[in-house]
Design a protein around this ligand. Structure first.
Ligand SMILES: [Zn+2]
Length: 216
């Protein structure tokens, strides 16, 4: 049913452009930083390199095969290789959002961050939508060995923070990945706001209750 796939692909291209625009308008993406991708049956769509998220042309969004080959559209983001690694490790996931959003990047620059879980359980929605957030060590832009580090975390986690770089979140839908990313960014902001305050975190029992009431 190629026609069905094509209509679906067009819809996904529009959805990527819409989400890119809202992220940019709200200051969650700036310049040409960050990228969005969506899995297709024969590859994935990803925002092109050197392109502003706020002004994406749906028909120019790159389509890349699972071998990393450009199938259509403009040249893909230079970070497409770690999207591919995530898709390979997480067959259940259909979309990935990666940003250089200010508060998450700030938290990823803290020298004493716990690399196993960067943010504490401040709110129920953070626990439900993100859960744990491992820190991936710093790699220079374009360093392909980042893919192996992402792959190592992707088996267990759908969200991770690249040190001194930015967050990566995958999900079973583009809306789902975007909502989780927004929750992460806002929680990073809360965490920085609460610095130097005595904070009441959710308890183990409260977290267990959330997991049993809202299994992922
Ligand atoms: Zn990046």
């Amino acid at each position: 049913m190629p026609l069905t796939f094509s209509m679906n692909e067009n819809k996904l291209r529009d959805q990527i452009a819409d989400i890119g625009r809202t992220l940019y308008t709200r200051g969650l993406a700036h310049g040409s930083a960050g990228n969005i991708s969506v899995r297709l049956d024969d590859g994935f769509l990803i925002t092109p390199t050197n392109t502003c998220m706020g002004r994406l042309a749906p028909e120019r969004i790159s389509k890349v095969s699972f071998d990393g080959e450009l199938l259509s559209g403009d040249r893909p983001s230079k970070e497409a290789f770690f999207h591919l690694a995530l898709y390979e490790e997480r067959p259940q996931d259909r979309a990935i959002v990666h940003l250089h959003s200010t508060h998450s990047v700030a938290v990823g620059c803290l020298a004493d961050a716990d690399p196993h879980n960067v943010l504490p359980p401040l709110t129920a929605y953070y626990v439900m939508k993100v859960g744990k957030l491992p820190l991936v060590p710093y790699y220079r832009p374009g360093d392909r060995t980042l893919a192996a580090a992402v792959r190592a975390q992707a088996k267990e986690h759908h969200a991770m923070l690249l040190a001194n770089h930015g967050p990566v979140v995958s999900g079973t839908s583009l809306d789902g990945a975007t909502y989780a990313m927004e929750e992460l960014e806002q929680t990073a902001r809360l965490y920085l706001l609460l610095h130097d305050h005595n904070v009441r975190l959710l308890t183990h029992d409260q977290i267990a209750e959330l997991h049993s009431a809202f299994p992922s």
